[in-house]
Design a protein around this ligand. Structure first.
Ligand code: ATP
Ligand code: MG
Length: 567
């Protein structure tokens, strides 16, 4: 269920650019740095870049921004491709690496030296910083700023040949040390780094800086709209400067910035995510509590629900935080139409029907998709003398407003008939171990005003016919909406995972395979974990809770609505 796409300022820019004839088509790119797993913030960028190209009949390149040799790993390169594909997008055969352009970038750098727009500087990184000035004070020129092209070229070639140690020299753009924009104060173009690169090995010992590599890579690929996050807004003059000084042929790419996604109760920083994984605070990059795409996939979210989410939050020019409910709502709206409803009891308490024989069997037909029964067919549910119900659907001393089962009170079993509690047993700690009920075809009680009662509905499974399963009930990873990450231990939600390993599942879903999704009635949407161990009971991940229980009459049942879930 994809939605109508709202207009946004990026589309307006593109429309103008096409109307003015600046470009004849649209080419975008998604440029991840392969130094971590992608997260839902990247999904926003992916949906935006690939979505624009799709809507304008253009194309999108996948380009690994691998200009920083120290941090990159092939594991990330593979996972990123898997994630983009899973989101439903294709770069066809246009998979590129910034490192593909190292030769061309080097040539262009020599050209900048030749034309007087770059020089080799012998200041150390610390000295360069000291010369840079501040937001309120101009920088000071490097003593090497007037070095001639011939000498710079010679030194640059020797930098490349490995003659100088790291940090001893750099290539810098000759722009303006007094520019109010700090990015324009003779920024570094190349630095010495004696590190192996995951693709080029030991071929290079100088590496281009991001601001230089990115615009030239975009230009080489014929990108029209280079879409990036807001922190690059102040880098745009530099993006344009390099292409202008290289006299790059028109049309040159246009950089457009948008606000990055911040999602409440979770965290997008790759550094923090890495820390969570490395410190064992989560079970790995695909721990379903994380906002990584690998985790979101494993938890059970559908790719279309992520695309819907990204469409709905839209793009803006101003940073903001998005409430987690947006993601959960997108998931519910998508899954609602797609999955079968079945019954499972996560925290079972046994019910004995005292007024039926031991071999009692009552069979009822129940549709898998009650809103449109013909859509997904139906199954037979068998009521037996012993059942399981959810522990929280029975209260020995009901609190005000509790309207499910309690001593002397009645409830209706979903798809079946009525039960009234006649007695119960507890263990030494007062925990309920058995609820005894009488079964009846019609409600037998009246409410406070003497009208026939309309008992609330609870879900159930047959004790002998249900099968064991494990349910992992996930909640938000952090207990604070905007975690800083400075003290992870105090910000993490200790209840972000509750494992129900004694759960019971109705027999129709017994053979559910990994990736199978269901709605467990009244409990939420669940998917069989792809890592569910073969041979054991299936392990279900809760994707998202149900906001409203069942539609209509049941929606407002005491305590059932509004159960909050989270990432
Ligand atoms: P790093 O701190 O390593 O630079 P990054 O989050 O910027 O991390 P990249 O791999 O450079 O990661 O990002 C690839 C693309 O995804 C970039 O175009 C970036 O602008 C975009 N992106 C990253 N994080 C978000 C986010 N939270 N919301 C939207 N887009 C994002
Ligand atoms: Mg980045």
């Amino acid at each position: 269920m994809e939605e109508e796409r709202p207009n946004n300022f990026i589309r307006t820019f593109i429309d103008e650019d096409l109307a003015s004839g600046r470009y004849v088509g649209v080419a975008t790119r998604f440029p991840p740095e392969p130094n971590g797993y992608l997260h839902i913030g990247h999904a926003k960028s992916i949906c935006l870049n690939f979505g624009l190209a799709r809507d304008y009949s253009g194309h999108t390149n996948l380009r690994f921004d691998d200009t920083n040799p120290a941090k990159e790993e092939t594991e990330y390169v593979d996972s990123i491709q898997e994630d983009v594909r899973w989101l439903g997008f294709s770069w066809d055969d246009r998979l590129y690496y910034a490192s593909d352009y190292f030769g061309k970038l080097y040539e262009c750098a020599e050209r900048l030296i030749d034309t007087g727009w770059a020089y080799v500087c012998d200041l150390s990184p610390e000295e360069m910083r000291a010369h840079r000035g501040t937001l309120t004070e101009p920088g000071t020129d490097s003593p090497y700023r007037d070095r001639g092209a011939a000498e710079s070229l010679d030194l640059f070639r020797r930098m490349r040949a490995g003659e100088f140690p790291e940090g001893s020299r750099s290539l810098r753009a000759r722009i303006d040390m007094a520019s109010p924009n700090m990015n324009m104060r003779d920024p570094a173009v190349y630095r010495i780094k004696k590190a192996e690169h995951h693709r080029t090995g030991a071929e290079w010992c100088i590496y281009p800086m991001y601001d230089y590599a990115h615009c030239v890579s975009d230009a080489i690929e014929g990108i029209t709209h280079s879409i990036c996050t807001l922190e690059f807004e102040d880098h745009r003059p530099l993006y344009d400067w390099f292409l202008e000084k290289l006299d790059w042929p028109q049309p040159r790419p246009r950089q457009i910035e948008f606000a990055r996604l911040n999602l409440e109760y979770t965290m997008m920083s790759k550094r923090r995510l890495l820390q969570l994984v490395k410190e064992g605070l989560v079970e790995g990059w695909d721990d379903p509590r994380l906002p990584t795409i690998a985790a979101i996939r494993r938890r059970g979210f559908t790719p279309s629900s992520i695309r819907i989410f990204c469409e709905r939050i839209g793009v803006a020019k101003k940073d903001s935080w998005i409430e987690l409910e947006w993601l959960e709502k997108a998931a519910r709206d998508d899954l609602n139409q797609e999955v079968k409803r079945v019954m499972a009891v996560l925290d079972p308490v046994k019910v004995e029907l005292v007024n039926v024989p031991d071999d009692f069997r009552m069979t009822v037909e129940a549709p898998f998709f009650p809103d449109a029964p013909s859509r997904m067919g139906s199954r037979e549910l068998v009521l037996t003398r012993e059942l399981y119900i959810e522990r929280e659907d029975f209260m020995v001393s009901p609190v005000p407003g509790f309207r499910r089962l309690s001593p002397g009170r009645e409830a209706r079993l979903r798809w079946a008939t009525y039960v009234k509690c006649v007695s119960h047993e507890t263990d030494a700690e007062g925990r309920v171990t058995l609820v005894r009920c009488e079964l009846s075809d019609a409600p037998t009680t009246v409410d406070e005003k003497g009208r026939p009662a309309r008992p609330n509905i609870i879900h159930w499974v047959s004790a002998p016919l249900s099968v064991p399963c494990v349910a992992r009930v996930y909640d938000r990873l952090f207990k604070v909406p905007r975690p800083t990450g400075e003290d992870l231990a105090s910000e993490l939600n200790p209840a972000s995972l509750v494992v129900r390993d004694g759960a019971r599942l109705e027999p129709s879903a017994a053979g559910a395979r990994p990736w199978a999704r269901f709605q467990f009635e009244r409990l939420g949407y669940f998917m069989v974990d792809p890592k569910s161990p073969a041979g054991g009971p299936p392990v279900f991940n809760r994707i998202v809770a149900l906001k409203d229980g069942w539609k209509g009459g049941q929606a407002a049942q005491g305590g059932q609505g509004g159960r909050k879930g989270g990432m």
